[in-house]
Design a protein around this ligand. Structure first.
Ligand code: DLL
Length: 442
């Protein structure tokens, strides 16, 4: 046991930083923040340029609220500095590189020193432990391995916690099911929609998903709702917790949820300083509790220090509970760039998930199609959703009407609902695409 690990709650030994007071944590944040802004300014030309342009200097950071004077960093900055322009250490000190898929534009590249990798593993281990995973457990890791941070990030964290890791990666669902049955893992790490794919495929094979050895699921990398948590917990007879992160800031494990409270992920504030800003007027830093865009500053990273990174994730900051000094984030309602604007009404796929899963005849398998039919000036949205396979076509059609009405009431948008055959929509292999935008461009 390291010196850092001291206190214990129930059967888990926590990191010292998990149990410190808010005052002590904020003092630590301030000294780490002062170091980070100076370090970034001295070593990364982009930061020097941006700080100089904004007329701020690292010595202006005297208290935590001074962070608001510093300029933001965006995905675009990382793209422009492609591939290694954001790195603050010489290449031979970079122990690993990851990159985003870059579906639009260039990939964003991130790097880690050996110490960054050790910190990352420690924070994923902390997150997994918070979610119920314990040393000695077998962990089935179905996050994708490769340049995506999910697979290797979760892997290293589970190893650091002292688990037996099964590095299956995403996909090959039949094989995943065989290994779950044969190896009898205690925990599974996956995106929520991929766990749904696994459960669904088990049912097709005549296996009851509630009968497996799995007791814990640690799910993230995409938005999911309380309704989806309920669906997965009941179907698979396990406890499902959230894990949050993004490559530009580290990867999985920026925040993790405690299984005893299941009330949102605690942001590990000894390593990251969060802020919530008004997405439309970024100069406004919002108070805790107010919804807006999440912004992160890294406090300990060496290879890629990141200052005020605009995540585009929409959520709010809540007081700490299971880890009182570390604030929680509310569920992510969506990303500002995933927001559908339908005839003036803002809408996120997670709202549809929430409403649809309250209707017993409907399954969690849905996608949203956006079109602008010939001659129409207005966009149209069609919700394609599978009925449950225990339900008749007629009851499915009746449920479609209910969903349409509920969307009108709760979201304020008129849409078409198309209830389709069970099994007919594409299944997730990782991050599921929910929106199919077929509107003419431009
Ligand atoms: O998805 C890192 C990760 C891997 C997190 C595995 C959790 C588990 P990126 O590919 O860079 O990194 O995507 C980051 O995914 O900005 C959010 O929009 C979304 N996201 C990640 N975790 C959650 C979550 C990984 N728990 C982007 N809830 C983020 C909602 C999430 N959205």
């Amino acid at each position: 046991m390291t010196q850092e690990t001291v206190a214990a709650t129930s059967d888990a030994v926590l990191d010292r930083e998990e149990t410190i007071s808010r005052d002590e944590l904020e003092a630590l944040q301030l000294s780490r923040l002062q170091h980070t802004v100076a370090y970034a300014y001295d070593r990364v030309p982009l930061y020097k340029r941006k700080f100089d342009e904004a007329g701020v200097h690292p010595t202006d950071l005297r208290e935590l609220s001074d962070l608001g004077k510093f300029p933001f960093t965006t995905k675009e900055d990382l793209r422009l500095e492609y591939p290694f322009g954001m790195f603050a250490v010489p290449q031979h000190e970079v122990a690993r590189i990851h990159a985003s898929s870059g579906t639009t534009g260039r990939a964003t590249v991130v790097g880690y020193t050996k110490k960054d990798l050790a910190d990352w593993a420690k924070l994923v281990a902390r997150s997994l432990r918070a979610s119920g995973v314990r040393p000695g457990m077998k962990v089935h890791n179905a996050y994708g391995y490769g340049l995506f941070t999910g697979g290797m990030g979760a892997h290293a964290g589970a190893e650091a916690l002292g688990c037996t890791v099964i590095p299956i990666s995403g996909g090959q669902t039949e094989r995943q099911i065989t290994l779950i049955q044969d190896f009898k893992p205690d925990a599974i790490l996956a995106t929520p929609t991929y766990l749904l794919t696994i459960a669904d495929a088990m049912i097709k094979q005549g296996i009851d998903p509630a009968s497996t050895s799995l007791k814990y699921a640690v799910l993230g990398a995409e938005p999911w709702t309380e309704e989806m948590r309920h669906e997965l917990e009941v179907t698979m007879n396990l406890k499902a917790c959230d894990i949050y992160g993004l490559s530009e800031v580290m990867g999985p494990g920026v925040a993790g949820e405690a299984v005893e409270t299941q009330d949102g992920s605690h942001i590990w504030e000894d390593h990251f300083r969060p802020e919530i800003i008004d997405a439309f007027d970024p100069s406004v830093v919002l108070a805790d509790g107010e919804p807006g865009e999440l912004v992160f500053t890294s406090l300990t990273k060496e290879a890629l220090p990141i200052i005020r990174y605009r995540t585009k994730d929409l959520t709010r900051l809540l007081p700490g509970t299971a880890r009182p000094a570390h604030r929680r984030m509310g569920r992510i309602t969506g990303r500002s760039d995933d927001m559908i604007i339908l005839r003036g009404v803002n809408l996120f796929p997670s709202q549809i998930e929430e409403i649809a899963l309250r209707i017993p005849e409907l399954s969690p398998h849905f996608q949203l199609e956006l079109t602008r039919p010939e001659g129409h000036r207005m966009d149209q949205m069609t919700v394609k959703i599978e009925r449950r396979d225990t339900v008749t076509i007629e009851s499915g059609a009746a449920a479609a009407k209910v969903l349409q009405q509920q969307i009108k009431i709760h979201v304020g948008s008129s849409c078409t609902v198309d209830v389709v055959e069970p099994g007919s929509l594409e299944r997730s292999n990782g991050k599921l695409r929910r929106i199919y935008d077929m509107r003419p461009k431009g």
